[in-house]
Design a protein around this ligand. Structure first.
Ligand code: NAD
Length: 354
C-alpha cells in the first residue's frame, strides 16, 4: 500500500428509521432552547413535523430555502434569528435547505442539526455555495459543517422516484470523483466504493418499489458515505463543469449531475484505471460510464442537457467559463475533448471514451 494522509471530519450521525423522533434529544445535547426550523416552501410540512418533535425547544419556522442559497434569502432568515433570539438551526430537507442552515451558521456560528431528505450530501461537507447578483461562489470552512446529522430513512420514502434517481446519481458523482481525487486515502476509497454499490443497487429497486424500506435505507446510507467523500477530498472536472452549467444556464442541480457524470467519467477513464476498476467491481461491468448512463435511461430521467434547459449555443460559453480558472483534473483539460464531451451530453448520446 502507498502512503497516504487521511483527514477525518467531526460530526455526530444518527441513522435509522423513525430517527426524527430523536430531534429534541439531539437539540438538547447541543443546548438549543430556541431553535429555528428551516425548509423549502413546498416542504413546509417537514418543518412542521420537526417543530412538533422539538416541542418547546423550537422558536419558529422559516420555509423559504431556495436552490443555490441566494444571499437575500439568508438575510431574511437572519432577521428572524436576531428578532427571535434563535440559538440553534434545524434544517430539514434537501441540499437547498441544508445550504441555508450553513449560510446562517457561517454568519452567526450557531450550531446546526441537519435532517436530509434527499441524497445530495451537503450535510456532510464543510462547503458552502452561495449566490449573489447571479454569481455563485463556493467557500470551504468547518464553521458550516453541521454538528449533528439525523438520517431518517422514513422521511426519504416520499421522495419521488425521478428525484430519488437524479439525487442518488448526484451522490454517486461525489464518490466517483473522490476515487480519483489527488488526495484519496484508502478510507475514502472504501467509503466511495460502498457508497456507489449501496446507491446503485437501491436505485434499481426504487424504480419499481419507491417505498421499499430496505432500498430506501441503502440509498440513504450510500448518500451519507458519498457526501462524506465530498467533504473529505477535492473534486475535479465533473463538479466544476456542473457548477458552471448550473450557474450559467440555471439548470437543475441533481439532473445536471446525472447527465454529465457518465461523460466526464468516460473523458477521464484512461487516466484513472484504479477508479475505473473500483467502479467496475461495484457496478458489475467493465464500462462504469455506460452503466451510469444506463441507470438514468432505465429510470426515465433526462439524459440530455438540451432537455433540461441548456441553450443550443451554450457549449463554447460554458467552456470559456470553465477554463477561465485552472483546476486539477486527472486528465489535462483539452478544449477539443471537452467540446466532444459536452456535445454528447447536450444531445443525450451514450458516453464515449476518448
Ligand atoms: P433541493 O434541496 O432543492 O430539493 C429538491 C426538491 O425536492 C425541492 O423542491 C425540495 O423541496 C424537494 N424535496 C426535498 N426532500 C423531499 C422529500 N423527502 N420528498 C419530496 N420532495 C422533497 O435539491 P437537492 O438536490 O437536495 O440539493 C441541491 C442544492 O444543494 C444545490 O443548491 C447544491 O448546490 C447544494 N449542494 C451543496 C453541497 C455542498 O456540499 N455544499 C452538496 C450537494 C448539494
Amino acid at each position: 500500500m502507498n502512503g497516504f494522509v487521511h483527514i477525518g471530519l467531526p460530526g455526530r450521525v444518527v441513522f435509522g428509521r423513525g430517527t426524527v423522533d430523536t430531534i429534541s434529544a439531539e437539540a438538547a445535547r447541543l443546548d438549543m432552547q430556541r431553535a429555528l426550523v428551516l425548509s423549502t416552501p413546498n416542504r413546509r410540512m417537514l418543518a412542521e413535523l420537526a417543530a412538533e418533535k422539538l416541542g418547546s425547544l423550537h422558536q419558529g419556522i422559516f420555509a423559504g430555502a431556495q436552490m443555490h442559497t441566494p444571499v437575500e434569502v439568508t438575510e431574511e432568515a437572519l432577521q428572524i434569528v436576531s428578532d427571535q433570539r434563535i440559538d440553534g438551526i434545524v434544517a430539514i430537507g434537501g441540499g437547498s435547505t441544508v445550504g441555508l442552515g450553513k449560510a446562517i451558521a457561517l454568519r452567526t456560528d450557531l450550531d446546526q442539526i441537519a435532517v436530509p431528505t434527499t441524497y445530495a450530501g451537503s450535510e456532510m461537507t464543510p462547503i458552502i455555495g452561495q449566490t449573489e447578483h447571479g454569481r455563485k461562489t463556493t467557500e470551504h470552512t468547518l464553521e458550516v459543517l453541521p454538528e449533528t446529522v439525523i438520517y431518517d430513512v422514513d422521511l426519504s420514502s416520499a421522495l419521488p422516484v425521478g428525484t430519488s434517481v437524479t439525487s442518488g446519481i448526484n451522490a454517486i458523482a461525489h464518490a466517483v470523483e473522490a476515487l480519483y481525487a489527488d488526495e484519496v486515502s484508502p478510507i475514502v476509497a472504501m467509503m466511495a466504493e460502498t457508497g456507489v454499490a449501496s446507491l446503485a443497487g437501491a436505485i434499481g429497486i426504487l424504480r419499481e418499489s419507491p417505498r421499499d424500506p430496505e432500498a430506501r435505507s441503502n440509498a440513504l446510507y450510500g448518500a451519507w458515505l458519498c457526501g462524506a467523500c465530498l467533504g473529505m477530498v477535492g473534486m475535479a472536472l465533473h463538479h466544476k463543469l456542473c457548477h458552471v452549467l448550473g450557474g450559467s444556464f440555471a439548470l437543475p442541480h441533481a439532473e445536471t449531475h446525472t447527465i454529465v457524470l457518465p461523460h466526464v467519467l468516460a473523458y477521464n477513464a484512461r487516466f484513472v484505471p484504479d477508479a475505473v476498476a473500483a467502479l467496475s467491481r461495484v457496478l458489475g461491468t467493465g464500462e462504469p460510464a455506460t452503466a451510469l448512463y444506463q441507470l438514468a435511461v432505465e429510470a426515465g430521467v433526462p439524459v440530455a442537457l438540451s432537455d433540461i434547459g441548456m441553450p443550443d449555443d451554450g457549449i463554447e460559453a460554458a467552456l470559456d467559463t470553465l477554463l477561465d480558472t485552472p483546476f486539477w483534473n486527472p486528465r489535462p483539460l483539452e478544449r477539443d475533448g471537452l467540446i466532444k464531451l459536452l456535445r454528447r451530453a447536450f444531445a443525450g448520446d451514450r458516453p464515449m471514451t476518448q
